[in-house]
Structures are given as structure tokens and as C-alpha cells.
Write a protein that binds this ligand. Structure first.
Ligand code: OSB
Ligand code: MG
Length: 368
């Protein structure tokens, strides 16, 4: 692929409104945009989705920068790369740090697709021309949540996800179901419960939820399998799944019936696709998770979600869900509940470098 340079743009943008979970409140998003340019002057883009602090996974923006600068980019500088899948073997000597790895890997996939003048969705084996869009409500009060749900349904979103925890579950969900008895709705607990809460969790079977996401510990596989036996509502795992092997174990143990795939969390598109293929063969539905991301990661998610096993609307919303102005043109839009999969080469969106520079904190360049 004859790489000439890698650039890292550290950026920061305020969210339109704070995103609340029981673990953290995100009101400003810091992120890393990775730009890989080859000797012919073609550029591919990736995005590091770690947060400023390690509340969701152990990685942060700083640890990602450290890994990219001191380990991952030097590995790429040492040997020629012919295909983005080579990265998987190159990075084997580095433990974990999946979001850092994924950010560089995504940029190489975009570059590879552009070199071959094909849409990334096509390169990955995507079959859909549009993907169904879902959205997350993560706010303080029930009345605010109801208000947001109304707005998002008006905007056409096909599935609503709400955040729950022991102080906001049964009565919160009954209030939502009172107004919206039939909408496709799911709840994400971000590990707010333990097995001791089993009766609380069983009670949520009353609400006909599409699924409950990550009720128990962030690294657990075993206890979710005990819980799933007691629940009618399907469990979906998010935090517990950081690799293909985690998926294999979760499915074999019966720890969940649905998998949330996030490219950053599993270390790249290659691993994401392996997980998809495994689940697709076994009729296990998958959907694409979100990380309150900027347009670059959003574009990669759209390409990934065009694969046939992504049968449930994911957390891929419009750019305007979080941002006054995103860093890509055109922005991601949702029309009648769907996002069109671009048919331009690579991720199919242009990075607006003027916008990138407006929100730039620091920039590093590595020559090859
Ligand atoms: O648990 O799915 C999660 C956002 C940040 C970190 C973790 C999660 C989320 C979301 C998705 O819920 C938000 C989005 O739409 O990007
Ligand atoms: Mg989640």
C-alpha cells in the first residue's frame, strides 16, 4: 500500500446535550482522527473512539496516542503492508489496546478501498444499500426522556434505546410503555446490576423489550449465562465482548442471544467481520453499537452495518444527533428511518479538514 505518512488529529467538540449514563456524563467529546496517506497521495481515515477517561473501557485518548505513537505506527513503519488484514498479524505482539489498533486499521481499510476505487461496504462484503437507524436516549428525567423519544420517533428512528440502572428501571420503563406501548425499545444497563438483582431484572420482562444490553459486569460471561436462563428478554452483550473468542464463549455458554459489535472495542473491522460471520452462520442477530462518534467512525459503522447479519437497527444515528456540525461532508442523515450506504470509494464521505482544524487540539505527523 506504499504508505507515505500517518497524521493524528486530536479534536474536541461539545455535544448538543449531555449524554448521561450511571457511569459518566459526556458533554464534550475528545477523539482522534487518523489519516494515512500513500505515495500516490490517496488518504484513508480512521477514528479512535476511546473517551477522555476510562469509564467505558480501560483505554483513553491519551493511552491511544501513546500506543499509536510509541508502538503501532512504528510497527507499520518497519514493514510494507499489502492488505489491511496484515495489521491483524502485525499487531499480535501488542496486547489489547483495541481502540488504538482499530483507529489505524480503519484508516488502512478506507485507503485500501479508495486505491481499488470501491466502496468500503463492498470490500467488506456488504449487501445492503441502506441501513435501519436506531438512537439512544440518555438523559436525566423521565419527562426529558419522553420528550426525546417523541422527537426521535418524529425524525423516523426505527428503534429507541434507553439507559437503565437500579434507580431508573421499572417505573421509568412503565411510564415509557404507557405512552408508547408498541415501539421497538431496548434498555442498556452498562453493568449497573449484579446477580443479586435477579428479581428486578426478571420484572423487566413485563415490557416486551427487544433486549437488555449488558446488565452484569463488564468482563463477565458466566453470570450472564445464569441470568439468561431466568429471563424471557434476550440479553445482548456489549462491554463483555472484546474479541471473536469472547463471542464464541458467550454463544456456547448461552450468555446472550444478541451481540453488539463495536469496531473500536473489538480491535478493528477484520475482527468485527469475523464476529459477524460467526453469528450469521448461526442465526445470531448482531447490530452495530455507537460510541458518540464523529463522522469518520460513523461512516465506518455504516459500511460494516451493510453486511447481511446486521438485522437489528443499531446505534447509528444522524450526525445531527450529537453535533452542531460534524467533520464529514455530506453529514450522515436519516431519512424515513434509514441511512443510505454511500457508493463512493472508501468510506464514501469527505473529511472536512476546515472543520477538523476548527476543533483541533493537537496534531502529530509521522513520515514513512
Ligand atoms: O453502552 O452502548 C453503550 C455510548 C458511549 C459508550 C457506551 C455506549 C454508548 C451508547 C451509544 O449507548 C451512543 C451512540 O449512539 O453513539
Ligand atoms: Mg452498551
Amino acid at each position: 500500500m506504499r504508505i507515505a505518512s500517518v497524521e493524528l488529529f486530536v479534536i474536541q467538540m461539545p455535544l448538543k446535550s449531555p449524554f448521561l449514563t450511571h457511569l459518566s456524563t459526556v458533554d464534550t467529546r475528545e477523539g482522534i482522527i487518523v489519516k494515512v496517506t500513500n505515495k500516490e497521495g490517496i488518504s484513508g481515515y480512521g477514528e479512535g473512539v476511546a473517551f477522555s477517561s476510562p469509564w467505558y473501557t480501560e483505554e483513553t485518548v491519551s493511552t491511544s496516542l501513546h500506543m499509536l505513537t510509541d508502538f503501532l505506527i512504528p510497527i507499520l513503519q518497519k514493514q510494507p503492508i499489502t492488505h489491511p488484514e496484515d495489521i491483524h498479524t502485525f499487531f499480535r505482539s501488542i496486547r489489547r489496546n483495541h481502540m488504538a489498533k482499530a483507529s489505524l486499521e480503519m484508516a488502512l481499510w478506507d485507503l485500501y478501498a479508495k486505491i481499488h476505487s470501491k466502496p468500503l461496504s463492498n470490500i467488506l462484503g456488504g449487501t445492503r444499500s441502506q441501513i435501519a437507524s436506531g438512537v439512544v436516549v440518555a438523559t436525566v428525567s423521565t419527562s426529558k426522556a419522553l420528550h426525546q423519544i417523541e422527537q426521535y420517533l418524529d425524525e423516523g428512528y426505527q428503534r429507541i434505546k434507553v439507559k437503565i440502572h437500579p434507580n431508573q428501571d421499572y417505573s421509568f420503563l412503565s411510564e415509557i410503555r404507557r405512552y408508547y406501548p408498541d415501539i421497538p425499545i431496548m434498555a442498556d444497563a452498562n453493568s449497573a446490576y449484579t446477580l443479586e438483582d435477579i428479581d428486578r431484572l426478571k420484572a423487566l420482562d413485563d415490557f416486551n423489550l427487544l433486549m437488555i444490553e449488558q446488565p452484569l459486569a463488564q468482563d463477565d460471561i458466566l453470570e450472564h449465562s445464569l441470568l439468561q436462563k431466568e429471563l424471557k428478554t434476550p440479553i445482548c452483550l456489549d462491554e463483555s465482548i472484546v474479541s471473536f473468542d469472547d463471542v464464541r464463549k458467550a454463544i456456547e455458554f448461552g450468555s446472550c442471544k444478541v451481540i453488539n459489535i463495536k469496531v473500536g472495542r473489538v480491535g478493528g473491522l477484520y475482527e468485527a467481520k469475523r464476529i459477524h460471520d460467526y453469528c450469521f452462520e448461526r442465526d445470531i442477530p448482531v447490530w452495530c453499537g455507537g460510541m458518540i462518534e464523529f463522522g469518520v467512525s460513523r461512516a465506518h459503522n455504516i459500511a460494516l452495518a451493510s453486511l447481511p447479519g446486521f438485522t437489528i437497527p443499531g446505534d447509528i444515528s444522524a450526525s445531527s444527533r450529537f453535533w452542531e456540525e460534524d467533520i464529514i461532508t455530506p453529514e450522515v442523515v436519516v431519512e424515513n428511518g434509514f441511512i443510505t450506504v454511500p457508493n463512493q470509494p472508501g468510506i464514501g464521505f469527505n473529511v472536512n479538514e476546515k472543520r477538523l482544524n476548527e476543533i483541533l487540539l493537537t496534531k502529530k505527523t509521522f513520515q514513512f
